[in-house]
Design a binder for this molecule. Structure first.
Ligand code: ZN
Length: 447
């Protein structure tokens, strides 16, 4: 599996809003499904399969069952002319039967990549321990591939965790590069692994209705994830974004990949090679985004873009204030305070925008007292975190607020400047007018 979610209490309202949005997106499906599969505009899609030799319930079957599941997976890939990347947990290749499974993937033209040796969480390990695990996997898989005239060149992070500190991200990036390995990010993920247990139980019980219910859920999760992720990615890149689907070598997949791939092709995806998809510029310099939880490439881009926009919006508040101050417009200077803002100085507290404005008017009645104001931003921090989708996947949430520490300076014509620090707490404005600052100050401590 490639997802772990934080132990957040899921908000029912958030989940309902999410589902409602998905339903609206899916309503646009029929038009998309009329697109010819091989039209030039078709979206390149790389299929990646994790947790080989086999994942979930299928991994625990006997040799014949394991072979049968593998053949079923490979038959669907062949039917849809897909050249996949199959990511192997090297430590799970223990027997000749396991090796025979990998050999079948190679025989069918798929590429073998590394998915670590023991599928560890990078967040839970030191860089040294994690790098040792990756090195073990690389050594074992290279030793297996080299006599077969293949080269190990691709890596997939377990749980999509690339490191929770900048130092750990740097360490694994350097190690992968030194080992000739490239991280293959994920962009589409329907949490397919989460349906495998239910599927296996329903099949074992011979409960056809339950089997069909799991099938519907599995396919619906994929459709919702794909529809939403495509819209996000296209918005970020300003074009039809290439995609990388994450699925697992499991029993629920063996029975349902055909329907899934048929839907993807009808929706306008063109199954493409790793070389083609990974050559896209969006995958060239992957953003450094340390975090405890792993998630997809476009979610990383969206999170980083939202952070950049929030920092810009906070800086714009200070710019608006300085410009207003310097033209003697205290009304506009105070317009960036929330109606219920609190202002704190060594002289006490002031509550409410109108009271803050009155305070400034009495303390700075004319140009001589106001001088010329400038700010230097020392530090900006943002309040943002993860949200959990109805499919138990952790994805970045929005930026809900922030704080900025800045130095203010007042310069005067005939006397020395005054300077001090201000610490502001801000939040996005629910309905900001065009051209006005998009954020507002809720607390201001200045001294
Ligand atoms: Zn995995």
């Amino acid at each position: 599996m490639n997802r772990r979610h934080p132990s957040l209490v899921r908000g029912a309202v958030v989940a309902l809003a999410f589902v409602a949005a998905c339903v609206l997106d899916l309503d646009r499906g029929p038009a998309a499904q009329t697109r010819p599969v091989d039209a030039p505009a078709a979206r390149p899609l790389l299929i990646t399969v994790d947790d080989l030799p086999l994942a979930g319930a299928a991994a625990r079957g006997d040799a014949a069952a394991r072979r049968a599941t593998t053949e079923a997976l490979l038959a669907v890939l062949k039917k849809h002319r897909i050249h996949a990347v199959a990511f192997v947990i090297a430590g799970n290749v223990k027997t000749p039967d396991d090796e025979a499974i990998l050999q079948r993937w190679l025989d069918d033209g798929h590429e073998i990549g590394s998915h670590s040796h023991t599928h560890p969480s990078y967040t839970a390990l030191t860089a040294a321990a994690y790098l040792a695990d990756v090195a073990s996997s690389r050594a074992a898989l290279s030793a297996w591939l080299t006599p077969r005239q293949r080269t190990l060149r691709l890596y997939r992070f377990p749980f999509l965790q690339e490191g929770d500190t900048p130092e750990k991200v740097d360490a694994i990036r350097a190690a992968l590069a030194a080992g000739g390995l490239r991280n293959v990010p994920v962009t589409l993920d329907g949490s397919d692994w989460s349906f495998d247990r239910r599927w296996a139980d329903a099949v074992a019980a011979g409960d056809a209705a339950a089997v069909d219910e799991v099938r519907q859920d599995y396919l619906a999760a994929l459709r919702v994830a794909v529809t939403r992720a495509e819209a996000l990615a296209d918005r970020l890149l300003g074009r039809r974004a290439p995609q990388v689907l994450l699925i697992h070598a499991n029993a629920v997949g063996a029975a349902n990949w055909d329907a899934m791939f048929t839907w993807l092709a009808a929706r306008g995806h063109r199954f493409a090679s790793a070389d083609e998809v990974l050559a896209d510029e969006t995958f060239r310099d992957l953003p450094i985004d340390p975090g405890r939880w792993g998630y997809g490439h476009y979610h990383r881009l969206a999170r980083l873009r939202a952070a950049t926009e929030a920092r810009g919006a906070i800086a714009a508040v200070l710019q608006t204030q300085a410009a207003a101050w310097n033209r003697g417009d205290l009304e506009t200077f105070c317009s960036v305070y929330a109606a219920d803002a609190t202002y704190v100085s060594p002289n006490g507290q002031t509550h409410g925008r109108e009271a803050v404005l009155a305070r400034y008017r009495s303390k700075y009645p004319d140009a001589a007292t106001r001088g010329t104001l400038s700010f230097t931003i020392e530090e900006t921090r943002l309040a943002s975190g993860l949200e959990v989708t109805p499919f138990d996947a952790a994805v970045p949430g929005g930026v809900h607020g922030g704080s900025v520490l800045a130095r203010w300076t007042l310069t005067y014509a005939g006397k020395p400047p005054a300077t001090g620090l201000t610490l502001l707490t801000l939040r996005p404005r629910p309905a900001a007018a065009d051209g006005q600052p998009q954020w507002e100050i809720v607390q201001d401590a200045s001294f």
